[in-house]
Design a protein around this ligand. Structure first.
Ligand code: M6R
Length: 365
């Protein structure tokens, strides 16, 4: 039942405050703790020597974000692999590696093959992060963390992706708690961000109308670039994937610092550049990237945290988020990019919930 919504994707975008609250419920009640990941987690987390994340599509992007959090909060080395590549690579796993397999469905063929391959490469443990409690993935894992996004019908991942991020933030915090890599005050500060997350989404909903106007403009282009830095780099990848997937516009996500290494050659008046800007230590670096784009006539659509006003002079359009996002920036910035892709697709009249050539769950190689 769609209720007041035009598509399941739109309904699922608006379901995120509840999906996030449901996914975070245990962490909000008990705080960061290995116990959230099962009774063996304390033992496994204490002995973990490295982390390898494997996933496909949006779930892979969630893994890329998690790398920043886990490395920063635990000091553990983290690598992130596309499952369809990992399964055909050779190479041993260091004993004590924790394989984090991320999948909404838990049935993605390449992912299952990757985790089976990982088990043959060394003494590893598997942690499954999944939205389906009884799936092939959860059955084959040592530890299970469930997202509580509910059923997602739209092929484009929305609430499944943001709840994966919320669960991965909890994983980073719980690893840090178990391994005592952060002092208690720093850990408490991270945990204190979580209760506000659902409301941060609700507060952004009124920006939908402005993003719909951006979408009208965007629908006239054949290409788009998405830029971000740090944890917003994978969100640029995710924003580009959404636009490709449902609006059929060729889009690429880039780490803003990579512009000079090639994509800047593409920038002219015909190239919309969607930028996510956090008011963080890298903002000045991003600012010089924006100058480079503007100098070539690129049209910058900026989504920014409060405090990024210095960038506005370089931009064609700007939207400021209602509040600071802190370490949860990648989760929060996902929402405006979802609106943008959704309304661009509506404008173009595509089959939003069932885009051509795609299936919800990719159970064949
Ligand atoms: O069920 P999974 O999370 O394993 O699926 C992985 C990808 O197929 C999926 O995220 C896909 O990229 C989405 N359609 C993206 O919106």
């Amino acid at each position: 039942d769609l209720g007041p919504y035009r598509h399941y994707m739109q309904k699922e975008i608006f379901a995120q405050p509840v999906a996030l609250a449901d996914t975070l419920a245990a962490a909000l009640k008990h705080g960061f703790s290995p116990a959230l990941f099962g009774s063996d987690a304390h033992d496994i987390f204490s002995k973990t020597t490295a982390i390898r994340i494997v996933a496909c599509g949006s779930s892979y992007h969630a893994g890329l974000v998690a790398r920043y959090w886990i490395e920063e909060y635990t000091g553990l080395p983290v690598s992130v692999d596309i499952a369809s590549e990992y399964r055909y690579r050779s190479g041993k796993e260091q004993d004590g590696t924790l394989i984090v397999a991320i999948s909404q469905s838990g049935e993605t063929a390449d992912l299952l093959a990757a985790l089976r391959s990982a088990k043959e490469r060394g003494q590893v443990h598997i942690l499954a992060l999944c939205n389906v409690a009884h799936s092939t993935l959860t059955r084959e894992a040592d530890l299970v963390a469930l997202t509580h996004a509910g059923i997602e019908i739209g092929v484009a991942s929305t609430k499944a992706f943001t709840t994966q991020l919320a669960a991965l933030f909890t994983l980073a915090g719980s690893l840090a708690h178990c391994r005592q890599t952060l002092d208690p005050a720093a850990l408490a500060e991270l945990a204190n961000c979580l209760p506000r997350l659902p409301a941060m989404f609700t507060d952004i909903f009124p920006l939908e109308t402005a993003l719909e106007e951006w979408a009208h403009e965007l629908s006239h282009y054949n290409h788009a670039l998405f830029l971000g830095r740090h944890t917003l780099f994978p969100i640029a990848l995710e924003g580009a994937l959404k636009l490709k997937e449902i609006a059929y516009i060729h889009a690429e996500g880039y780490a803003a610092g990579e512009l000079k290494h090639g994509p800047l050659a593409l920038v002219d008046e015909e190239m919309p550049v969607i930028v996510c800007a956090a008011n963080d230590a890298l903002f000045d670096k991003l600012l010089s990237n924006l100058r480079e784009v503007q100098a070539r006539g690129g049209k910058i659509f900026l989504i920014a945290e409060p405090g990024c006003e210095a960038a506005f002079d370089y931009c064609h359009r700007t939207i400021t988020l209602p509040s600071k996002t802190g370490p949860l920036a990648p989760i929060v910035f996902t929402l405006p990019l979802q609106f943008l892709a959704y309304h661009t697709a509506c404008r173009k009249g595509t089959d939003v919930d069932k885009p051509r050539n795609l299936a919800k769950s990719v159970t064949v190689e």
